[in-house]
Structures are given as structure tokens and as C-alpha cells.
Design a protein around this ligand. Structure first.
Ligand code: ATP
Ligand code: MG
Length: 655
């Protein structure tokens, strides 16, 4: 079967960087030239420039035992020292590291000197609780400064963190604690979400309770931050209040040097396609690429910029672009605890106005939910501090891209659409905002130093103008080093498909346009085959979203007796439109619209108007569940779904 995708919307809008932007940008086309001349030397340079090495490395890459890479292997560093102490030593201790905003409106301003002190105290406490190099620590916290301090304190000791998103259930937490064999859990009584306190400690208690015979309990202590002021149960001897021990601890703590390949963290993927995988990242290569990509993709001017990445620290985006990238670069950033619409739908825009955010990084799902409410909400706020916008997590439809640029970016800010994965550790594909002419909906080009290609099923390049499978053809510094405890699954999942070529298979479909720019087409598993034509979910969704009635759309292929597979669409209609039109008429209108835009072959067999779409906690659409509904099957594993009730509502609407 060919892996060609049969059609793609023609998008002809182009946005070169403005003169004003070019005049101040830190990047230049020279980066591409240097990386192309000698890729490994380039990464060596970047690492020496962006990272402080306690002991310098002499070799950049060891790829003698693929797919197990070693980067900067004989070098030694301390990741937390890189994110904290060195900025203070360089005289930047008074710079704000975090502008933290709690959901109820309380706030804290924390400088690099203060954060360094706090992390040293926490490191001393953790050491006192028996945590040392290589031990695993589970972090189950809301988006509060203590979450960042905990990650850095664990890193400072050469231990390994496993951050579990605070919205996950006791069961999810338990399986992650057990998989990693965590020694310590850091949690809070609760945190604020949607205007009320959502408890966290009970889930930890439950995850650690009820062990059957022979089941090992690895957790020795639970360190608890008081945030929600809600009542909690207490296990004497096991549980420790943060406020009892951290302020009393010494703020003297010397950061030891650890080998470049010392593990830094385990993080589970979102589970969009199946059971989450425990992805392992190590220190030197990860920090190098996190810092490098943060600096150049976001054109960071650490003295003047205010950076805000809205991702939760429970996701890789929160690791690389809330914790490690920005702090390694000495950036000032915003950290927000709550939801975008609490207590009012303009909360995010209010925060941008309040802190004069200049660089803003969020996900298409958020952008589309703001589009659904309408531009009048953001227009009530002063967003003129913004100079650069970023997107991550899913393909951004051209219409959402344009709305983002026009409404949030005043029609002038560059947009960087960044493609990467938990496994890649850092951004791999993106425009460089001062260099690249951007195209709405295209993630565009690999970063300097990164080698990406689009190939067919047999690993042969498809060439410009064609679609196929996205592969990474050369190892990269922040690549995953494995799946925790399962080297065989690592090999099978990512390397087996193109074993002969030695390519990493990302699982995503992509197309190269005539200029060689990349367009992400969605998961390979989601590509549909209708009467022998291969169609991309992303493309049909973009077409649906391009209609003025549509706020959001998800498309799946459902088995069909005559065509093999048929296109089935689930669509959320904008509030203004829904009030004025009949659902049945709208569904027919959208079917015809897709037929006109792409061709009759892509016209959905069914269009269901729904109120919500099933999404992971990180906001990605879970198409596999919609496919279950469209094919009349029992709905599959929903444990990483943000709202499990959504699926029963959708099932009812479809029947
Ligand atoms: P799982 O691997 O468990 O199914 P997941 O792939 O959703 O979960 P993540 O690592 O959080 O977990 O997401 C990475 C995926 O997100 C990519 O493989 C890609 O499908 C999608 N993605 C991320 N950024 C972009 C982007 N800018 N454009 C298109 N797709 C993107
Ligand atoms: Mg994935």
C-alpha cells in the first residue's frame, strides 16, 4: 500500500519576518550553515556555549551501539546548578525567575537568588529523607512554585523525577509510582482548579494503600505542600509537611557534578494512541537541546522578555519550556496555577496584560476554544507586549493560525508551530522567527542540527510535493534514552520499522510541499483509506474548521462496506451559529463544504454535531475513541481522558 496522502489543501498565505523583528533577532541563517557543515561539532559548540560543564566533555556523540546513544558522555554537569546558581554567580540573582499567579488571584514574585535558596533547602530536605543519585521521586503537584523547586532539587541530587499530572486519578498515579519504583512522593493537600480546591493528597494515600500480598511498597515518605488548606489524612512517620522542614533547612548546598548520561527524569506520554510509555531522558544532551531550542525558537532576550508557556509541568512541554529551557537560559517567566476561564473567560489575556508577556506558547486546542467564544474577550485586554507566539501539541489548522496571529498577535507577531514529542525531549521542527517566512498550518523546517525526512513504507524519501512517514534520520542530543525498564519495547516501538536505515520512526504522517516545508498530517494510525485513496485527518479537519460555523472538528475513518473506510466527522459549532441554525442543515452544509474544498472523495459520510470532543489531559483529541463510536464498538481505554463523561454523551448523540 502506498503511504502517499492523496490531497492537501492549498495554503498560499506567506508571512516573512518584519524588518522590525529582523533588526532585533538573535538568530541568523548562519546557524543552518554551521550545523550543515559539521553537525556534531555544531552540537558540541552549542553545548559548551549554553551549558556549564563541571568537567568538559571530549566526545560529542557515541553512536556505536544504536539505538542507544550517548551524548557528551565523559562530561560532568549539574542540571540544577545550570538553571540556578550560575545565574546568581553571574550577577543576575535579582532577576525574576517566576511571576507566579495562583488561580484565586494570589501571586508571588521569585527571583533567581530566591529560587536558588529554596532549591538548596529542598535538596537538603530530600537528602535527609534518604534521596540520592539514581533514586526516583514522584511529583504530584499543582502548578505552584514548589513544583519547579521540587524538580530542580531532585535534579540537583542526581536523582530522577517522574512528574505525574495533578489531574490524574489514584490508579494512574499508582501505576506510575510502581513502574518507576519511587522512593518519595512530593504532593500538596490540594490546588485550585475551576474556582475550587481540588484535593491531591487523598489520591496519593489511595495509591499507596491496599497493597496485596507480595506487592512491593517502595515509597518511604510523602512530602506535602500546604496549598489548598483542605483537611487531609496523615500517616505518622511517613508524611512530612513541607512547611515544617523546608524553611528550617539550610540554604547551603553544593551542587555535585554528575555524568552527562545520568538519568534526569521519566515521563509518561499522553496516551493518545494507547497505553502511556515511561520515556527516559538524561542530563547533558537534554539540557543542551532544551536550552538551545528555547533560545532560538523563541528568540529569547533574557534581560527583557517575559516568557509564558501555558503547559502543565505534567507534560513534556512543561519540562522543557517551563522548567529546564527557560531556567537554563536565565529567562523571566509566568507560571499560572489554574484554568484559562476561571474566574472569567479572559483570564489568560488578563495575565498577559498584567505581566507584559512578550513570548506566549500554547496549544491549538486552547486557541480553538478561544475562537469558539469569539474575539471580543481577548480584545478587552492590552496584548501589545506580545512579540512572538508559539503552538505545540497538534497540527494547528490554518484558520486557527490566522486567528491566533490576527486576534492575539495584532496581525504582526510571528508564529512558530513547533513539532516534537515526549520522546524527542525538545523542539525538532519549527520556523526560526527572525529567519523563516512562515506559512499558516506548516511546522516548516527542522531546527539547525536536526535531520528529518519524509519516507515511504520502505524507507525511501518521498521528495518534495509528496506525503509519507516522518522520520528522524540522525541521533539528536535530547533524544529519549529508552523506555523505563523496557529496552526491548524501546527498540520495537521506534527503531524496528526502519531498522535497515537506522531511522527513528515518529508515528506521525507528514507531507513536504514544493519548497520542502513540512506539514504534519496526524498520526499514521489515523490515516484513512477511502476507496483506495489515502486521506489525512488533519487535512479534513482543517477544511471543516475553515468554515465559519465550525469551532472544532475531529475526523476518523470508520469501516464501510462499500468504500473500505468512510470519513466520519465530529464537529463543534460556534455558539453564535448554533443559536441561528438547525443541526441537520449544518451537517449537510459541512459535508458539501468539504466536498468543494478537497474533493468528493473526502466528503464525510456522517457529520455529527457534538458539544465536546474527547481529549487527553494535555488537550489532544483522542481519535481512537471516536473511531470506536463510529464503528459501534465498546469505547476503549479512557484513563488519560480529561473528562470521561464526554464519551457517553457523544455515544448518545450519535445513536
Ligand atoms: P502517545 O504516544 O502515548 O500516544 P502522544 O503522542 O499524544 O501520546 P506526546 O508526546 O505528548 O504524546 O505528543 C507528541 C505528538 O503530538 C506528536 O507525535 C504529534 O502527533 C503531536 N504533535 C506535537 N506537536 C505537533 C505540531 N506542532 N504539529 C502537529 N502535531 C504535533
Ligand atoms: Mg506519541
Amino acid at each position: 500500500m502506498s503511504s502517499q496522502i492523496d490531497h492537501l489543501l492549498d495554503e498560499t498565505r506567506r508571512f516573512p519576518p518584519s524588518e522590525e523583528f529582523i533588526a532585533q533577532t538573535i538568530s541568523s541563517p548562519e546557524l543552518y550553515e554551521r550545523a550543515a557543515a559539521d553537525r556534531e561539532a555544531f552540537w558540541g559548540e552549542q553545548s559548551r556555549e549554553l551549558v556549564h560543564w563541571h568537567k568538559p566533555f571530549t566526545q560529542v556523540l557515541d553512536w556505536t551501539n544504536p539505538p542507544f546513544a550517548k551524548w557528551f558522555d565523559d562530561g560532568e554537569l549539574n542540571v540544577a546548578y545550570n538553571c540556578l546558581d550560575r545565574h546568581v554567580e553571574a550577577g543576575n540573582g535579582d532577576r525574576v525567575a517566576l511571576h507566579w499567579e495562583g488561580e484565586p488571584g494570589d501571586s508571588r514574585r521569585i527571583t533567581y537568588a530566591e529560587l536558588t535558596d529554596e532549591v538548596k533547602r529542598v535538596a537538603n530536605v530530600l537528602e535527609g529523607l534518604g534521596v540520592g543519585q539514581g533514586d526516583r521521586v514522584a511529583i504530584y503537584l499543582p502548578m505552584i512554585p514548589e513544583a519547579i523547586a521540587s524538580m530542580l532539587a531532585v535534579a540537583r541530587l542526581g536523582a530522577i523525577h517522574s512528574v505525574v499530572f495533578g489531574g490524574f486519578s489514584a490508579d494512574s498515579l499508582r501505576s506510575r509510582i510502581d513502574d518507576a519504583g519511587a522512593k518519595l512522593v512530593i504532593t500538596a493537600d490540594g490546588g485550585y482548579r475551576k474556582g475550587r480546591v481540588s484535593a491531591l493528597k487523598p489520591a496519593v494515600d489511595q495509591a499507596l494503600a491496599d497493597r496485596g500480598d507480595g506487592e512491593q511498597q517502595t515509597v518511604e515518605h510523602v512530602l506535602v505542600v500546604k496549598r489548598g488548606e483542605n483537611d487531609v489524612d496523615w500517616v505518622e512517620g511517613r508524611d512530612v509537611w513541607w512547611h515544617d522542614v523546608v524553611p528550617a533547612a539550610s540554604s547551603e548546598h553544593t551542587a555535585s557534578a554528575f555524568p552527562a548520561e545520568n538519568p534526569l527524569f521519566i515521563l509518561y506520554t499522553s496516551g493518545t494512541t494507547g497505553k502511556p510509555k515511561g520515556i527516559l531522558h538524561t542530563s547533558g544532551g537534554y539540557l543542551t537541546q532544551a536550552a538551545y531550542s528555547h533560545k532560538y525558537v523563541f528568540d529569547l532576550h533574557p534581560e527583557t522578555d517575559v516568557f509564558w508557556c501555558t503547559a502543565d509541568i505534567g507534560w513534556i512541554t512543561g519540562h522543557s519550556y517551563v522548567a529546564y529551557g527557560p531556567l537554563a537560559n536565565g529567562a523571566t517567566q509566568v507560571l499560572y496555577e489554574g484554568t484559562p476561564d476561571t474566574p472569567h473567560p479572559g483570564r489568560w489575556w488578563e495575565i498577559i496584560e498584567k505581566y507584559k508577556v512578550s513570548i506566549f506558547y500554547t496549544a491549538p486546542t486552547a486557541i480553538r476554544s478561544f475562537m469558539k467564544i469569539g474575539r471580543s474577550v481577548p480584545q478587552k485586554f492590552d496584548l501589545s507586549s506580545l512579540r512572538l507566539l508559539g503552538s505545540v501539541g497538534e497540527p494547528i489548522n490554518p484558520e486557527a493560525w490566522m486567528w491566533y496571529r490576527d486576534v492575539i498577535g495584532a496581525g504582526k507577531t510571528p508564529i512558530v508551530d513547533t513539532w516534537w514529542q515526549t520522546e524527542t525531549g525538545a523542539i525538532m521542527v519549527s520556523a526560526l522567527p527572525g529567519v523563516t517566512e512562515t506559512k499558516p498550518g506548516s511546522a516548516q523546517v527542522p531546527l539547525p542540527g536536526i535531520s528529518i525526512d519524509v519516507v515511504d513504507e520502505s524507507g525511501v524519501e518521498v521528495g518534495n510535493g509528496n506525503g509519507g512517514l516522518l522520520v528522524i534520520t540522525e541521533p539528536w542530543p535530547s533524544m529519549l534514552r529508552g523506555i523505563w525498564g523496557d529496552p526491548e519495547r524501546y527498540r520495537e516501538t521506534y527503531w524496528e520499522k526502519f531498522e535497515d536505515q537506522g531511522y527513528y520512526f515518529a508515528g506521525d504522517g507528514a507531507r513536504l510541499d514544493e519548497d520542502g516545508d513540512l506539514w504534519l498530517l496526524g498520526r499514521v494510525d489515523d490515516v484513512m483509506n477511502v476507496s483506495g485513496h489515502r486521506l489525512s485527518t488533519a487535512e479534513i479537519e482543517s477544511s471543516l474548521v475553515a468554515h465559519e460555523a465550525t469551532a472544532e472538528a475531529a475526523v476518523v475513518g470508520a469501516s464501510d462496506e462499500t468504500t473500505g473506510q468512510a470519513v466520519v466527522a465530529f464537529v463543534i459549532i460556534k455558539e453564535s451559529y448554533l443559536a441561528a441554525h438547525e443541526p441537520a442543515g449544518l451537517a449537510q452544509l459541512l459535508r458539501l463544504w468539504v466536498g468543494e474544498q478537497i474533493g468528493a472523495i473526502a466528503r464525510p459520510r456522517d457529520v455529527y454535531i457534538v458539544g465536546e470532543l474527547p481529549k487527553t489531559r494535555s488537550g489532544k483529541i483522542m481519535r481512537r475513541l471516536l473511531r470506536d463510536v463510529a464503528e459501534g464498538r465498546e469505547v476503549g481505554d479512557t484513563t488519560t481522558l480529561a473528562d470521561t463523561a464526554v464519551m457517553s454523551i457523544i455515544s448518545a448523540q450519535v445513536k
